[in-house]
Design a protein around this ligand. Sequence first.
Ligand code: HEM
Length: 122
Amino acid sequence: MGDIKDKEDIVLLINAFYTKVRSDKVIGYFFNDVVNVNWEAHLPKMYEFWSKVLFSKGDYNGNPMAIHQGIHAQSAMTGDHFDHWVELFQQTVDVLFEGENAEIVKYRAATIASIMKVKVIH
Ligand code: HEM
C-alpha cells in the first residue's frame, strides 16, 4: 500500500469515498434525496478541491461553507452527521493509502469538517 502521490490517486480516493457515502445509512440521504446530486459534475469538482487541499494545485473556486449552509436550510445537519462524514473519509483513506499525504489529507478533512460544523450548524 502506497501514499497518495498524484491526481490519479485523488480520483481513486474520492470515487471510493462517494461510493461509500451514497449507500450510507446516516448521511446518504443528503446526497440522494435532499440534494439530488449530479455526480458527473460533483465528482470532478471534488477531485479539484482535494488536489488544491493536498497539492496546492486544483481548479476549485467554490464556497463550500455557503453550499452546506444551503443544504442545512433544506434539511438539518447535526454534529453527528459531520463526525460520521469524517469517519467514512478516514476509513476510505486507510483502506487505500498509507504515508505522509494520507495522514495530511485525513487531518485536513477533520479540520475543515470541524470548521464547517461550527459555521453551518450555528
Ligand atoms: C455531514 C456532512 C456533509 C454532507 C451531508 C455533505 C453534503 C454535500 C452535498 C449534498 C453536496 C453537493 C451539493 C450540490 O451538488 O449542489 C456537497 C458539496 C460539497 N462538499 Fe459536502 N457534505 C458534508 C461535509 C463536507 C465536508 C466535511 C467537506 C470538506 C472537508 C465537504 C466538501 C464539499 C465540497 C467542496 C463540495 C462542493 C461545493 C461546491 O459545489 O462548490 N463536505 N456536500
